[in-house]
Design a protein around this ligand. Structure first.
Ligand SMILES: Nc1ncnc2c1ncn2[C@@H]1O[C@H](COP(=O)(O)OP(=O)(O)OP(=O)(O)O)[C@@H](O)[C@H]1O
Ligand SMILES: [Mg+2]
Length: 218
């Protein structure tokens, strides 16, 4: 059996950006998937926004995942036939929430793309596409944003712009952001850097002390 993670203990606080770094195969995506409730741990507990999720059934887990957690992926995963606004509203469609275009435009304004609401993804740059993906992640007002290599397909300037956007959201909304990256320069913008190696946390560097409420716990 491969032990992808071993004895990892992690709390994430609202208003905090946590960067997870480490070599390829060290367990970053595995850890992110656990935090995302996409995988269940063999042992241990997981709490999201004060709610124990370790023993929840698949349906309840899906609800937590969609309602409390926003996801950003390396490859954006926008639907090419939908407009920017429709892409952003997709999670609400899944959650059967009422769609409010004014709210959508407000979220798009947050990521600087209000003017692009009616455009198709192919009419955008990579950096813009990733900001649409961030807007899509924010539309359900999540407590935590989880991003696995979100700058992996971006150039340096767009990568930095994305991290600056994360920081604005953290300061404005008290969002928690957990982000994996291979880019140490970007990781240094986080409040805490966690280094994984062979499925273990080998180093935790607290760069800025903050935190008001527990979002996820071991
Ligand atoms: N579905 C799976 N089944 C079995 N082993 C897996 C599975 N997914 C990942 N692993 C193993 O778990 C370990 C951690 O993999 P993980 O994908 O979390 O690494 P990572 O740090 O995200 O790497 P990268 O930087 O390349 O994305 C590796 O040894 C990997 O081979
Ligand atoms: Mg990975």
């Amino acid at each position: 059996m491969v032990r992808a993670l071993d004895g990892v203990d992690l709390d994430v606080w609202s208003g905090e950006m946590v960067a997870i770094v480490g070599p390829s195969g060290s367990g970053k995506t595995t850890l992110i998937n656990l935090l995302s409730c996409l995988d269940a741990p063999d042992a241990g507990t997981l709490t999201v926004a004060g709610r124990g999720v370790t023993d929840l059934g698949e349906e309840a887990l899906t609800e937590v995942r969609r309602g409390r957690i926003g996801f950003v992926f390396q490859k954006f995963h926008l639907l090419p036939a939908l407009t920017v606004a429709e892409n952003v509203e997709l999670p609400q469609l899944f959650l059967r929430q009422s769609i409010d275009r004014a709210h959508t435009l407000e979220v798009l304004r947050t990521v600087g793309l209000e003017q692009r609401a009616a455009h198709l993804p192919r009419e955008l740059s990579g950096g813009q596409m990733q900001r649409v993906a961030v807007a899509r992640a924010l539309i359900t007002r999540p407590a935590i944003l989880i991003a696995d290599e979100p700058t992996g397909n971006l150039d340096r300037a767009n990568g930095e712009a994305l991290f600056a956007l994360f920081r604005r959201l953290i300061d404005r909304d008290g969002l928690a952001v957990v982000v994996t990256t291979h880019n140490f320069h970007l990781a240094e913008q986080a409040d805490r850097i966690i280094t994984l190696e062979d499925g273990r946390i080998i180093r935790q560097e607290q760069r800025r002390r903050i935190g008001t409420g527990n979002v996820t716990g071991d």
